[in-house]
Write a protein that binds this ligand. Structure first.
Ligand SMILES: Cc1cc2nc3c(=O)[nH]c(=O)nc-3n(C[C@H](O)[C@H](O)[C@H](O)COP(=O)(O)OP(=O)(O)OC[C@H]3O[C@@H](n4cnc5c(N)ncnc54)[C@H](O)[C@@H]3O)c2cc1C
Length: 717
């Protein structure tokens, strides 16, 4: 019996040893194979994950530009253990009139990124809200900050000091390298961006390589257009006829018939001829020679045009001079080539329904002329070609106005710690403190041309047209600032985000997306984008698989939308509402906006929480915008609606729609209001593909909750 026990114990021990041995060997083998795979892509340095970049530079991310976005991003990615190489054109402290008021929503982003100390020790001023002025009346709009730590508020400062603090902070990280140099080209291999070429002060051209290049070269970005793909679309053809011996229903007006299946145009091309263009969807039109086309026009089209044109229409068909033309549409896709430049339709086409082609071509010529003017010699083709890359950027960007900047001293604002907006004529004026002794004044001048500073025209304009519209207690300091002569100007650019996912590269900051600076939202959007990107990149130890990473990062374009679209739309819409207009309906809208905001309660906290980035919900924005319009109409109709007032009310609603709907369209309706329906709303990171289905689902839910929580700090949840 004892023998049996001994034998049993020996067998059990042997069995246990075999199992244990197997377990250890298998685990080691698995460990080795995982390590091998990882080793192929990464090397461990101080326990951190490192991308190995095909024997090239040991860098994970190249950042082009160390402005607000680039400097904050460098610190953020550096803190996450990435090796970051920042290439900035000028590392000395910038001196600019942009990016001087950070909204509370932007300050929350700074906290999230661990950068809030960058607004310390730069004499930054706290901002608790706005004061709005119109026709001698004013109203105070406070940020809804009650739910936040007492430290949370807006901050206004010298932009250069803020940037320099962020650059210094990024440079303290051992894995972040800041280098002064101007990036001239993105290096591409088989459609993937592999790095950049840049020029340093000595004139030497260098190259740098990394799996991911993030372009943050600001509003004048030369590099953004390298990140586009060509695409020619032919949605329809126009069939052209000339009508004679008839008159259009409205003299001197183009006529658009919203026919079935698509529009028909009529406009005069001479005193006796009317051009008719019938849109035929698709690329194939009925044959002219076989008579199919004449038949189609007579049976399908004729009955849809105004009766007084029908005889002439049929006569034109009978005459047989029918022509067709494909309606091409092609977004500009610059491929800069030394010694050559594409212009006009060769370069960029759109559907001719709105007759915009010549306008675009002429506008392009103006841009090009202005670029070429300072160049006496066009011989250095490569340099010229690089310089002319600005052309591709400048032509797409909208510049509705310029800001003229002054610094006021020895005065106090009517409301301490508040930004001040004067609803002046022709457009708004801003004031906010940028240090304990200085007040920034930004005077909006509509259009792209401002009075000349050197000839004294600007000083004259400010004294005669602007000074009388600002609060009396600021007038002396305003005049003194003009006399001092330190007047600066800056174009107010606006450009909707137009993502063209490119393996190996990503655009950020103003290089990617701009809005009118009236609401001071640019830095908030840039910082919020950095938070989204950081959260997306965090689960990825290695950034080398460029195509997979590019696909995964498509989520970025949707996840950033609630914050970015709300701030962009508000900035564009508010600017248009706040500008003076001779149109009575728009005048009413402007007044209604001022009065609505003055009502207090939700009528002021709602819009202000949108503006401050504390509650960036697009639907809330649309509701408040139309509430203002309806409020305006209500005031027109009460107590007694006259036909004239009803007409103005109708135009007010149509004007309001005309302001906000194009902006929303440019932002993308689906991404803005239904982001969760976009396929790339949130893609699980490629590294987590081996997870079980339920683990993966849990991860996705956690990540989305994180994005939701950081995007909506004022959320009722
Ligand atoms: C008049 C005006 C007022 C504004 N006021 C506000 C405001 O009050 N609040 C607010 O939040 N936003 C404001 N904005 C918007 C805000 O300034 C921008 O959104 C913000 O600066 C964008 O940051 P960025 O990093 O993309 O660009 P920038 O801060 O402009 O940084 C770009 C950097 O890239 C560098 N660079 C450029 N080209 C190259 C190259 N080829 N190689 C290397 N480096 C390069 C530049 O030197 C620069 O340092 C304002 C804008 C304007 C026009």
């Amino acid at each position: 019996m004892a023998d049996q026990y001994v034998l049993g114990s020996v067998l059990a021990s042997v069995l246990a040893l075999v199992v244990l041995y197997n377990l250890i060997v298998k685990r080691n083998a698995r460990g080795e194979s995982t390590a091998d795979v990882a080793k192929a892509a990464t090397t461990a340095v101080n326990g951190e994950c490192r991308s190995k970049n095909g024997g090239r530079d040991d860098v994970d991310v190249i950042i082009v530009g160390a402005g607000v976005a680039g400097a904050a991003l460098a610190h953020t990615l550096g803190k996450d253990g990435r090796r970051v190489h920042v290439i900035e054109r000028d590392l000395t402290e910038p001196d600019r009139i942009v990016g001087e008021l950070l909204q509370p929503g932007g300050y929350l982003k700074l906290i999230e990124l661990g950068l809030e100390d960058c607004v310390e020790n730069i004499d930054a001023q706290r901002v608790f809200g706005y004061a709005l002025f119109k026709d001698g009346r004013n109203t105070r709009l406070s940020y809804p900050l009650e739910k936040f730590h007492s430290d949370v508020s807006g901050r206004s400062f010298h932009n250069g000091r803020f940037i320099q603090r962020m650059r210094e902070k990024a440079a303290t990280l051992p894995n972040v390298r800041l280098e002064q140099g101007t990036v001239t080209t993105l290096l591409e291999e088989n459609g993937t961006i592999k790095g950049v070429q840049y020029k340093i002060k000595t004139g030497e051209e260098l190259t740098a390589y990394a799996p991911l290049t993030i372009v943050c070269d600001g509003c004048f970005s030369n590099l953004r257009r390298s990140l586009c793909k060509p695409k020619v679309d032919v949605p329809s053809c126009f069939v052209g006829l000339v009508l004679e011996n008839c008159e259009l229903p409205y003299a001197n007006h183009g006529h658009v018939i919203l026919a079935d299946p698509s529009p028909i145009l009529f406009y005069k091309i001479s005193s006796t001829e009317i051009r008719c263009l019938v849109d035929v969807p698709g690329q194939k039109v009925p044959s002219i020679s076989s008579g199919e086309m004449a038949n189609y026009l007579k049976t399908m089209v004729a009955s849809q045009i105004p009766p007084q044109l029908q005889d002439a229409f049929i006569a034109a068909i009978e005459k047989g001079n029918i022509r067709t033309m494909p309606n091409r549409s092609m977004p500009a896709d610059p491929q800069p080539t030394p010694g050559a430049l594409l212009m006009g339709d060769a370069f960029n086409m759109r559907h001719p329904l709105t007759g915009g082609g010549m306008t675009v071509a002429l506008s392009d010529i103006v841009v090009l002329r202005n670029l070429l003017r300072p160049l006496p010699d066009l011989n250095d083709a490569p340099t010229l070609c690089r310089y002319l890359e600005s052309f591709y950027t400048l032509r797409k960007v909208d510049v509705p106005s310029c800001f003229v900047g002054l610094v006021l001293e020895n005065c106090e604002l009517p409301y301490a710690n508040h930004g001040h907006v004067i609803l002046a004529d022709p457009s708004p004026i801003l004031f906010y403190k940028i240090s304990s002794t200085e007040i920034r004044c930004l005077v909006d001048v509509p259009g792209q041309k401002v009075p000349s500073i050197s000839s004294g025209e600007m000083a004259n304009y400010l004294k005669t047209m602007v000074a009388s519209q600002i609060p009396p207690q600021l007038q002396d300091a305003f005049i003194a600032a003009i006399e001092k002569g330190n007047i600066r100007t800056m174009p107010n650019r606006s450009m909707p985000a137009d993502p063209q996912p490119t393996p190996g590269a990503l655009l950020m900051g103003d290089a990617f997306n701009m809005r009118h600076p009236l609401t001071g939202g640019g830095m908030t959007v840039a910082l919020s984008d950095i938070v989204v990107l950081r959260n997306l990149l965090r689960p990825l130890p290695d950034l080398n698989d460029a195509p997979t990473l590019c696909r995964y990062l498509e989520s970025f374009y949707t996840l950033r939308k609630p914050v970015a679209s709300t701030i962009n739309t508000l900035a564009g819409a508010l600017y248009q509402v706040f500008c003076a207009s001779p149109d009575q309906a728009l005048k009413e809208m402007r007044q209604a906006c001022f009065d609505y905001l003055s009502l207090g309660g939700v009528c002021s906290t709602g819009p202000v929480s949108l503006l401050s980035g504390l509650n960036p919900r697009p639907l809330t924005l649309v509701l408040h915008f139309f509430a203002v319009a309806i409020y305006g109409v209500g005031r027109l109709l009460l107590p007694f609606p006259s036909p004239k007032r009803m007409w103005i009310g109708a135009r007010l609603i149509s004007g309001a729609s005309g302001i906000i709907l194009p902006i929303i369209k440019a932002e993308g309706v689906r991404q803005m209001f239904f982001p969760a329906t976009v396929p790339a709303y949130y893609r699980a990171p490629p590294a987590s593909k081996n997870q079980t289905h339920s683990n993966r689902g849990k991860h996705v839910k956690q990540q989305l909750a994180l994005f939701e929580a950081t995007a909506f700090p004022l959320s009722p949840n």
